[in-house]
Write a protein that binds this ligand. Sequence first.
Ligand SMILES: CSC[C@@H](O)[C@@H](O)C(=O)COP(=O)(O)O
Length: 346
Amino acid sequence: MATHAPETIRFTTDQLELIDQTKLPTQLTYLVCETVEQTHSAIRRLVVRGAPAIGIAAAYGVCLAKSNKHGVPPTKKDYLNAIEYLATSRPTAVNLFWALDRMAEVVESTDDSQLLTALITQARKIHDEDRVMCRAIGRNGASLLSGVDTVLTHCNAGGLATSMWGTALAPIYHLHQTGKRIKVFADETRPLLQGGRLTAWELSQAGVDVTVITDSMAGALMHQGRIGAVIVGADRITAAGDVANKIGTYSVAVLAKHHRLPFYVAAPSNTFDMELVSGDEIPIEQRDRDEVACPHGTRIVPDEANVLNPAFDVTPAELVTAIITEVGVIESPTQQTIESHFADRT
Ligand SMILES: CSC[C@@H](O)[C@@H](O)C(=O)COP(=O)(O)O
């Protein structure tokens, strides 16, 4: 997403505007949220999606809390209820809880008369920090990709999933701006096609050469030597470096290992959940069967058949070549390398 690209998330004092990602690539429209409930629904329905963007949208959503009593401003209790409710929108991306915790700290530490102003300031800060984070990941990842001509990515970890540039796509945008042209293969990403609809849309808008492939093509392309590296985002990374990301990421990581290709994960430090060690502890969102069985309103699976639809899987740290963060690169992530990476920077 180029710097002049439309903002994924916009906020005025009384409304949140989100690019409606369910409508891309055919329509570029904004959905307006004026209440906490509308924000919750927008996150749940993937109008806004991608770990950092969910956190930013939820932070602004808190500022939309209303009082039950007409004309009376919301109380601390109203804001805390809003935070608790927004935390139920999606379970896997830890950025949601990270952002809501920051909003809760503001509620706890601010006088009632200043609450709304302080909450809006904090939400804007979370949003601004994300822009800086995207740039830094772009710079840090660029050196890893500078010798690579073609990358594979899965799902969408670009500007649509953040405030701008994204995580996995940030190094590609960075290199593109400095004149190095990288070719991107985007996994279509079944069942909701974030790769085919969103990654392909934003990369083409920015003039990056992108080719969409079905998820099952990745292995064949690697075998033919047509992929130089894999780069993906993350929804949650444990203290030991296990990575939850869009379903299908694990399969790509196994394929990369077999073909001796680097498998990079790009994520900000707020995607790390240092309270969890094993990826098995990460809550994986289970979504509606119709996303698989009835895409775009066309039934493709018999009603009698069961359907599994986990939104994410976990890639063990041993399959990850490096994690690119806004504060540097963690090569061969383990609990030890991750802890010392962050310790060195505090
Ligand atoms: C920078 S976004 C990283 C991840 O959130 C992204 O790769 C992903 O899995 C998004 O899943 P989604 O279900 O579309 O929210």
